[in-house]
Design a protein around this ligand. Structure first.
Ligand code: TYD
Ligand code: MG
Length: 455
């Protein structure tokens, strides 16, 4: 018998080592390296014989006449994140924490696609067929014509799909439960997941079916196990939200066929996920009007403006190193705003604990929130509430100047729509047209601090 070729593979990032070690040099994770049978050893020798390649004809860039239309499911928030519907022949990965609602979302999407006459197959590797049925019943979708299976073997799934009528969409819930006969590692290992994903990618490209993979996420937000799968797929979406809140955000992290800055907002209800057409209303629904330390930020998520409340609490610290706690924003960005306030505006927070929270559990990625954060911080420090009818946006530079941000008109329009009367924004950047709200244009953070102090 041929000597088995064993390798040691990091289960977090897929790095391969010749011997076991405690820490992965590639991703820095501890205790993630496990012994696996190398992929090459798992392929029978006969198949590895060096055969000559087969020549093929090259194609030209021109001639993509009419691409196949996208598969629109009718759940607007999902279609928009996908870039206007799913692309036939593409493969996408939806990651998220356990229990966040991935299976719910995909059962709803499968049913929606099926009612539009598409042939949809939902393969669950985690739940029995009856459990998926129960979920569909609870969602009121039991009548949808979705092909259902509980299966974890990739070859069996592909054989089933090949044996039936042409399939438009295949959902695999989840990729971590899949295994292939061609490799000997245990299910759930990087090698298994990667091999199964490879088989499914090939299936999608060959048949033109759209394959949707569900992936679990580790504590630090990575799609668990194989980061390699992220490189193999056409799109990676993350489904986020926190346990204490009912709303969920679908975010595109990578998309070969659409934008990556769009979000889809859903609310988890007793009857499944409901679309939230106007997220700003949801995020601003429980505002503490008149409390110091809160500012409304007019943000943009892709093409859509989203207004959220930023809350800051600044309190004298009893610790040698004051606490800095941030929920929903980049902590490094907070440090920068604090440093600029200190160095350029004389606002000293070195001896204070600082807590910053984006209300509703939303996560902001834009630097445009700098101005709103600074306003909330200064308001909390001075105890002077900000005007309840004002929104803020603008990026702070290290010099203390306030920089313009993109899509100011759309932000102002949304603010006016939600009943705000004024906006504190960077000077310049107005295109001459009358803004829908009263604009208070400022050019530096010092100006903002002075105006709050004067209140
Ligand atoms: P699920 O889709 O199973 O999560 P995932 O596949 O990401 O692990 O969602 C499970 C959670 O959603 C569970 O805590 C119950 C809740 N839920 C509802 O609130 N309403 C519903 O209609 C359904 C089906 C689930
Ligand atoms: Mg699930």
């Amino acid at each position: 018998m041929a000597k088995r070729d064993h390798t040691f593979v990091c289960q977090s990032c897929g790095a391969v080592y010749s011997r076991w070690q405690g820490k992965c040099d590639a991703c820095g994770a501890w205790n993630t390296i496990a012994e696996e049978v190398a992929v090459a050893a798992a392929v029978p020798a006969a198949q590895r014989s060096s055969r000559k390649g087969r020549a093929f004809a090259l194609e030209s860039l021109e001639g993509v006449g009419n691409p196949t239309p996208r598969l629109v499911c009718g759940i607007g928030e999902l279609d928009r994140v996908a870039g206007g519907g799913f692309v036939p022949g593409s493969i996408l990965l939806i990651g998220g924490d356990p229990g966040i609602g991935k299976s719910t979302l995909l059962v709803q999407a499968s049913a929606a696609l099926a009612t539009r006459g598409l042939n949809v197959v939902y393969v669950s590797g985690e739940e029995a067929v009856d459990q998926v049925r129960m979920r569909a019943q609870r969602l009121g979708l039991a009548g949808a014509k979705v092909g259902l299976a509980a299966e974890t073997n990739a070859e069996n799934i592909l054989a089933t799909l090949a044996g039936g009528p042409p399939v438009h969409v295949v959902v695999i819930d989840s990729i971590q439960t899949m295994w292939s006969d061609s490799v000997e590692s245990a299910p759930g290992t990087v090698t298994q997941v990667r091999t199964s994903a490879q088989l499914l990618v090939r299936y999608a490209k060959q048949t033109g079916a759209c394959v949707i993979l569900v992936g679990h996420v580790t504590k630090d937000g990575q799609i668990a196990g194989p980061r390699v799968v992220e490189h193999m797929v056409d799109a990676v979406f993350s489904f986020e939200g926190d346990g204490g809140h009912q709303f969920r955000v679908l975010r595109a992290q990578k998309n070969r066929f659409g934008p990556t800055d769009e979000i889809g907002v859903f609310e988890m209800t007793g009857g499944g996920l409901k679309e939230v057409a106007n997220p700003s209303e949801l995020f601003l629904s429980n505002r503490d009007l008149g409390a110091p330390g809160t500012a409304v930020f007019a943000g943009m998520e892709g093409t859509r403006p989203v207004l959220v409340e930023i809350q800051a609490l600044v309190a004298p610290s009893s610790l040698g190193t004051p606490r800095r706690a941030v929920v929903g924003w980049d902590p490094n960005r907070l440090s920068m705003v604090l440093a600029v306030l200190d160095a350029r505006c004389g606002v000293r927070l070195g001896g204070h604990d600082v807590y910053l929270n984006v209300a509703g559990g939303f996560r902001i990625a834009e630097p445009a929130a700098d101005l709103a954060v600074a306003a909330a911080l200064v308001s909390s420090l001075t105890g002077a509430p900000l005007p309840a009818d004002a929104v803020y946006f603008g990026e702070a530079s290290l010099t203390g100047a306030v920089r313009q941000v993109s899509q100011a008109p759309a932000r102002l329009k949304e603010a006016a729509k939600l009943g705000f009367a004024r906006a504190v924004i960077p000077a310049g950047g107005q295109d001459g047209s009358t803004p829908p709200v009263e604009v208070d244009a400022i050019s530096s953070l010092a100006q903002l601090v002075a105006s709050i102090a004067a209140r």
